[in-house]
Structures are given as C-alpha cells and as structure tokens.
Design a protein around this ligand. Structure first.
Ligand code: PMP
Ligand code: GLN
Length: 414
C-alpha cells in the first residue's frame, strides 16, 4: 500500500456503527437523525426524479446551476457580500469531500496545519494524506471549580498565548469547527476575531467547518469567520445539506470562499469525483430557495429544528444527570458529551484491555446494556488519546429519545 495511508486504516464510525448494529443497540452514537427530512425537500427530491431525463444525467461539475445560484444568494445575505455562484462555490459529496478537496488542493509536503482538539476525526488523516504536518492545540476547561453546577461547552476555551504560539512561517492553515463536534462549542465573535487576527498576521488560510451552523441554543449566535474583515479572502467555509436538512444520506455538501482559492479545490474535484448526484442537488436547491423565502420567520426549518432539538437536549441532560453522569451542555450541534469517571465501572472484557477507558466503557455499554455512544478520545489525536478518556458522546437528534427514556435510564443504571 501507499505510505500516505499508513496508520489510518481504523475508523471510529466504521467500527462503532458495526458494533451497534451487531448488538442491535439503541443508537445514540453516529450523528444522523432517525426521522425524515422536512416534506418540502423530500417532495422536491421526488419531483426531481420524476421530472424528465436531465435529472438522471450529469450536471455541471462544480455544482448544479440551480444549487450554486441559490447557495450564493442565500449566503450573500449571511456573509454580507456578493458571492459569485460560479466562482466562489464548489458542491461536493458531503462536507467530507469538501474537506478532502480543501486539504488536497492547499496543503503541500511539510506545510503545517493547526487543528483544535477535540476535533472531528477525519481532519487528521486528511491532512496526513496531503503530506501536511499537524500542529495541535487544546480547547481547555477554563475552570475546574466555580463554573457552576452545570458545565457548558462555553467553558472550553482556547488560550490566546497558546494559540499564537502555534503560528509559524510553516503554518499554511488552521481548521476550526463551529459549532464543534463533539463538544458543541460555538465560537464567539471575540474568539473568532483572535483567530482571524493571527491568520491575517501570518498569512494563513482558515478552514471553517460549519456543518451545524443552524443548530444553536439558548440564544447563542453562530458567527461565520468568513464574515469578519479581511477573512473572506482567506477562508474556506464548509457546509452540509445532510446536517442542514436532516438528510445525511444524500451526501450533498459544499465549500465556499474566494474564487482564487476555490479554483484549486475544483481542480481536485474535477479529477476525482467530478460531481455529486444531480437530483439530490436539485432537491437541496429547492430547499434553500424555500428557506430563503421564509428566512427569519417561524416557518423556517432553520428556525424550527433547533427549537425542537433544544427540548431533546435538556431532557437528555436531565436523564444523564439522574444516572450519575455529568453532561456538558452544548451551545450548538446535536451532540452532548458526558463525564463517566464517577461511575467507576469495572471493565473486565479482556479483548479491550489495551484500549482507552472510554473505548472500553462504550463497548461495555453496547454489549452489556444495548446502548451505543461514541468515545470522546476518538476526537483527539492518537498522541493525546490517553489523556482524555473520561467522556462519552451522545447524539440527541433522535426520536427514540422521546419514547425510550425509561429504557435509556435502565440501560445506563449500573
Ligand atoms: N464535519 C463535521 C464536524 C461533521 O460532524 C461531519 C459529519 N456529518 C462532517 C463534517 C461530514 O459531513 P457530511 O455528512 O456532509 O459529509
Ligand atoms: N459526523 C457524524 C458524527 O460525528 C458521522 C460521521 C460518519 O458517520 N462518518 O457522528
């Protein structure tokens, strides 16, 4: 095999999704809704499929024209500048492929990429496949005492000094993820400004993964770093229709940014995937047009989904607290992490004895209690995994939460 895939053969989603299926566990692990997308996008998909031959054929390589046009129109209003549909957007096979194109297009052998831990796991292997070197930085819990009885993802912060120390002449890019998976942290404007100032000072590109951009709670606002002064020219913003419209299986995503950067992502895309499914793109275009028309009203799905999830989030937090777990309330996204250290489970399964504690705990929970979650150390680099073994991640974009709280409680009770 090629050297570039050395050491990255294991994948948390492949492993734990299979295990959850094998044990027929209640699945609060992998992040996907167990309900259908809103009817207006489902209907748009059916209409596209029945609408004649062209929806079954190739479309424009860099994004179906209807989709890039409405994405540009929609996000011009959010970013506060004119986005060019043909130059500034690349439609990809999910946010995954947008990330892959970004790293392949922009990172050379020896370039350094700053990644903030905990991070969505694919960033590290993708940077490595591009030949880049990873420079890690932690989000740290700012107050071990005095944070109040309920910890929030807002209590996890970057140290300005540590952040600044990671930038060097070799730094090519920094990756941020807001709202963050798995923590749910939503970066505040001041934090983004601190990152932006460093990017500008050191001429560094910012790769901003914003797939959960519509999911924020308790009045927390999502801010796009690309909208800060001087950042549009150096930011690639990644989005996902899977997360936006609760349709993760459609695998429609995008990268957005200045045409002088995006053109390089297009080079990777045209020579690898070429384009993603035409009918799915058409349906997402119809969805965005609808959201454009109702934006800011109570009818908007982007308004309704977080309201719906807010309830689930509070109920899950209460449920976890009642069985002795310590949840960290997320400001955004659809995951909640919880501290398992005071449960003191005696994990005796010898087949897992060399694994981090949270991996062993999650395997025990799946096998013995029929509940699937994800170990949070998977969101740390292998070098740091052993330092972060006391949290597991729950996904709350699930209807099963509603009817099965008692079951979940029983499952967790030791
Ligand atoms: N980034 C983050 C932070 C994610 O959680 C995910 C998983 N959905 C992705 C990117 C990939 O998104 P997609 O399913 O659109 O490929
Ligand atoms: N992004 C989703 C999660 O974090 C799932 C990713 C995947 O299944 N590959 O759970």
């Amino acid at each position: 095999h090629a050297r570039r895939i050395e050491g990255i053969d294991k994948n948390i989603w492949v492993e734990f999704t299979q295990l959850a299926a094998d044990y027929k566990a209640v699945n609060l692990g992998q992040g996907f809704p167990d309900f259908s997308p809103p009817s207006f996008v489902q209907e748009a998909f059916c209409k596209a499929l029945n609408g004649g031959f062209s929806m079954h054929q190739y479309t424009r390589a860099f994004g179906h024209p209807n989709l890039v046009k409405i994405l540009a129109k929609f996000f011009s209003r959010i970013v506060g500048r004119e986005i060019d549909p043909m130059e500034d957007i690349l439609v990809s096979v999910g946010a995954y492929q947008a990330l892959f194109c970004t790293f392949q297009a922009l990172i050379d052998e020896g370039d350094e990429v700053i990644i903030v831990e905990p991070f969505f796991d694919c960033y590290q292997p993708m940077v490595m496949m591009a030949g880049g070197t990873i420079c890690l930085l932690y989000l740290r819990l700012k107050c071990l005492e005095g944070c109040g009885p309920v910890l929030s993802s807002a209590d996890w912060v970057l140290s300005p000094e540590e952040l600044a120390s990671k930038f060097s002449p070799r730094t090519k890019a920094i990756v941020i993820n807001t709202p963050n998976n798995p923590l749910g942290k939503v970066y505040q404007r001041e934090e983004l400004q601190m990152i932006a100032d460093l990017c500008i000072k050191h001429d560094v590109i910012c790769i901003s993964d914003e797939v959960y951009e519509w999911l924020t709670y308790d009045g927390t606002k999502h801010v796009k770093i690309a909208s800060l002064p001087g950042m549009w020219e150096r930011t690639v913003t990644i989005g996902s229709a899977g997360k936006t419209f609760s349709a993760t299986g459609w695998k429609v995503g995008w990268a957005m940014g200045s045409g002088h950067i995006l053109k390089h992502l297009k080079t990777v895309h045209q020579n690898s995937v070429y384009h993603c499914a035409t009918a799915a793109q058409e349906a997402v275009a119809v969805g965005f047009q609808r959201e454009y028309d109702v934006f800011g009203t109570e009818e908007s799905y982007f308004h309704q989904l977080p309201i719906h999830l807010h309830e689930k989030r509070l109920r899950l937090a209460d449920c976890l607290k009642s069985v002795g777990l310590k949840p960290i309330l997320p400001q955004g996204g659809y995951f909640m992490i919880a501290d398992i250290s005071n449960l003191n489970v005696d994990l005796t399964d010898p087949s897992t004895k060399d694994e981090p504690y949270d991996y062993r705990f999650v395997k025990w929970l799946i096998k013995e209690k029929g509940l699937a979650t994800i170990p949070v150390s998977a969101f740390y680099s292998p070098e740091h995994r052993n330092e972060f073994q006391k949290y597991i991640r729950f996904c709350f974009v699930k209807v099963i939460l509603k009817g099965s709280y008692d079951a979940i409680l029983k499952i967790i009770i030791l």
